[in-house]
Design a protein. Structure first.
Length: 150
């Protein structure tokens, strides 16, 4: 992570805001939380699987299937979270993103319009899933902040 973008490494190493690093499947999600003695039990929650401590990266590993639930729970507890995940530079946004449920977003908006409904403006929808894949996959980061009604 972060070989091409040193900002990702800086975000990963800071300790104030939680970071969820969604690696390519089937690798686990890496989670860095501000220190709290209950991090293990809180992170596990009601899940059957147990989070695993990764000594090398100083973070927790969780199953990839926990992603949406984990983001919701982190937002509820900490009110904000950095999400580092795969992003395609040339991919375009589409109604599939605007109407999405959950937090997984790989289009070029990096989640800015994700789940917001019709964003208005000069967008012309060609189809529900209109997207280009010109650029290579790379990791990018976005900060998600809980809304006041969450």
């Amino acid at each position: 992570m972060g070989q091409k973008d040193p900002t990702l490494r800086i975000i990963w190493k800071q300790a104030r805001i939680p970071v969820v690093y969604r690696q390519a499947r089937p690798k686990p999600i890496l989670v860095r939380l501000p220190f709290s003695p209950d991090n293990y039990s809180w992170l596990r929650g009601n899940h059957h699987h147990r989070p695993k401590w990764d000594r090398q990266h100083k973070c927790w590993e969780t199953p990839a299937a926990w992603f949406d639930d984990l983001i919701r729970r982190v937002l509820n507890r900490y009110r904000q979270v950095y999400v580092i995940q795969v992003h395609r530079e040339q991919q375009k946004c589409a109604p599939a993103c605007w109407n999405a449920k959950g937090f997984h977003c790989e289009c070029s908006c990096m989640g800015v319009r994700h789940g917001t409904g019709d964003p208005g403006g000069n967008w012309h929808a060609v189809s529900e899933n209109f997207a280009f894949q010109w650029g290579p996959r790379q990791y990018a980061c976005r900060l998600i902040v809980a809304r006041g009604d969450d």
